[in-house]
Design a binder for this molecule. Structure first.
Ligand code: MSP
Length: 518
């Protein structure tokens, strides 16, 4: 695989990041890290969406200029992603000079092409969604169903994009590419929305919205925030209307846009039409993930249950974000909603990462030291049916990732951990040692250590720090590409000294965690 290009939605900066935003960034980071184990180049783009009426209103309410609010909050997103080890390749802000310039040119090109035209319009605008809603989108009380607020009646002369021109081509594309929208059950929703699609307004009058990118040659209008925002996926990698960078040529089309289910329409209809209008190839996949609730309730400022991702790290005194990352991306099957709760978090990461996976490595290495002074002998290196299971797990995990089944892939990894634990229990190396069957004992321990190398590679995208700590104790190269993994990684000779055996993950709220908390 030559390259893998994945993107996240870019977050509005009218507030600080919460764990819903974090869920998506971790998911994408896990995907990106997995493909870095398969592709020559893996590229992840994330960033912030900084224009629009919402930011304009929030900054005014806080006595700040919009740019001051954006600078302050964009930094909070960057800090949070750093704390979560989100290893993005590039971070775009829609207030970046280059982005603004290219968006203006894109708009101009579509205008010249005749795909954008001017039109007087009266509509219902929801600032929460940053979009016009039709009467039939509203609740019985006339409210936006997502934000439970009454949309504003807006009467403006705007520029419109001829979405209807692309309707049939989009329908055809969705129908002929069943894995274009993931999960596939969402494709029907999009096809239903396409049924009565209208041309969309793609600018706002400056009399109503000032915080946006100016339409070239028309200073009274700013470009609609979604046209601005969606274009980030190409401007960030060097697309320009009349020239394209080498990077763009290498990376585009994108392999996957990872987004929340609430913004699927913008990506699978509006964005696709724009790309068609620009004569650009279409994304390979759009993966719409579900929503994260807190203790089974929707997160909202009014309920006071908005959880910041860094507060979870602080509450549990986590030195590394691995446990939180693991928990979040395994919280829901592909595309379904998931839930965060402190108790469930503790229970799951202790069971999977500490008891099953971490302990397996720790006690195997400890036995190697106890019985063999940490040395692996040539005669310990024997083939095992467990190796076939490990190599089959790599293939199964790759298959899951190709379908964005990130939780399901983690289950496969944990199954391999469980099977290996069972192998240890069944073969009882401590009994073999007692009976002085030393070669048999050494074979069992070495077999487990071989499997642990594979597990460290597979768990790496989810838990990069734990994986590195495992690999270090196994003298295994964590950068091994998945295709090159064998079950012949453990070298003959001294593997480890007693003092270098360290638990790779301490139980959350364990004695150790409590001690460092004090
Ligand atoms: N700015 C737009 C996206 C533009 S993409 C060209 C936007 N921003 S947002 O800040 O409201 O949301 C950013 C992402 O976070 C979206 O994909 C959204 O679905 C996701 N989430 C926001 N709250 C969420 C949860 N509670 N759970 C999971 N993801 C959610 O939309």
């Amino acid at each position: 695989m030559e390259k893998y290009y994945c993107t996240t939605a870019i977050d509005y900066v009218n507030g600080a990041p919460h764990i819903g935003h974090a869920y998506e960034k971790i998911l994408t980071d896990v995907i990106n890290r997995h493909y870095s184990q398969r592709a020559d180049l893996a590229f992840m783009l994330t960033g912030t969406d900084e224009h629009g009426i919402k930011i304009q209103k929030t900054s005014a309410a806080n006595g700040m200029t919009p740019k001051e609010l954006c600078d302050m909050n964009a930094q909070k997103f960057k800090d949070a992603w750093k704390a979560l080890d989100i290893d993005y390749t590039r971070f775009i802000r829609t207030t970046d000079e280059n982005h603004e310039k290219v968006v203006q040119k894109i708009f101009k090109k579509l205008l010249e092409k005749g795909d954008i035209y001017k039109h007087s319009y009266t509509g219902l605008y929801c600032s929460g969604c940053e979009c016009f809603l039709s009467e039939k989108d509203l609740t019985e009380d006339g409210l936006c169903p997502d934000h439970l607020k009454k949309p504003e009646v807006v009467e403006e002369e705007n520029y419109f994009f001829k979405l209807t021109k692309y309707k049939d081509a989009i329908i055809k594309h969705i129908k002929t590419n069943p894995d274009f929208i993931v999960p596939s059950f969402r494709a029907n929703e999009v096809l239903n929305q396409l049924e009565d699609i209208q041309d969309i307004s793609v600018s706002r009058a400056k009399s109503n919205v000032t915080w946006g990118i100016d339409v070239l040659d028309d200073p009274e209008q700013v470009i609609y925030v979604w046209i601005d925002a969606l274009s980030n996926y190409i401007t960030a990698i060097g697309y320009d209307v009349d020239s394209q960078s080498e990077e763009f040529k290498k990376l585009w089309p994108v392999d996957v846009h990872v987004i929340g289910k609430d913004i699927l329409k913008f990506h699978s209809i509006y964005w696709i039409a724009i790309l068609m209008a620009l004569d650009l190839p279409l994304p390979k996949h759009i993966f719409a993930h579900g929503w994260i609730t807190i203790d089974e309730a929707k997160m909202s400022k009014s309920l006071g249950n908005v959880v910041s991702p860094t507060s979870v790290l602080e509450t549990f005194n986590l030195e590394y974000p691995d446990a939180f990352r693991y928990y979040m991306v395994t919280a829901a099957p592909c595309g379904k909603d998931g839930n965060y709760s402190d108790d469930d978090f503790k229970e799951k990461v202790n069971a999977h990462l500490a008891n099953s996976m971490g302990n397996l490595l720790n006690r195997t290495l400890s036995m190697l030291v106890k019985y063999f002074d940490g040395e692996v002998k040539q005669e310990f290196k024997q083939n095992s049916p467990l190796f076939d299971k490990a190599l089959a797990t790599i293939k199964a995990v790759e298959h899951n990732f190709d379908y964005f089944e990130i939780q399901e892939a983690a289950q496969k990894i944990m199954e391999l951990v469980d099977v290996t634990n069972k192998y240890v229990t069944d073969n009882a190396p401590w009994t073999l040692a007692k009976e002085e069957k030393m070669q048999e004992c050494g074979i069992v321990l070495t077999t487990v250590l071989e499997i642990m190398c594979v597990i460290s590679s597979l768990i790496y995208p989810y838990c990069p720090n734990i994986a590195k700590a495992m690999a270090e104790q196994l003298s295994y190269d964590i950068n091994t590409k998945l295709d090159n993994i064998t079950c012949n990684n453990i070298k003959v000779g001294k593997l480890i000294e007693k003092e270098n055996i360290k638990p790779v993950f301490l139980r959350v709220d364990s004695e150790f965690a409590d001690k460092s908390k004090k």
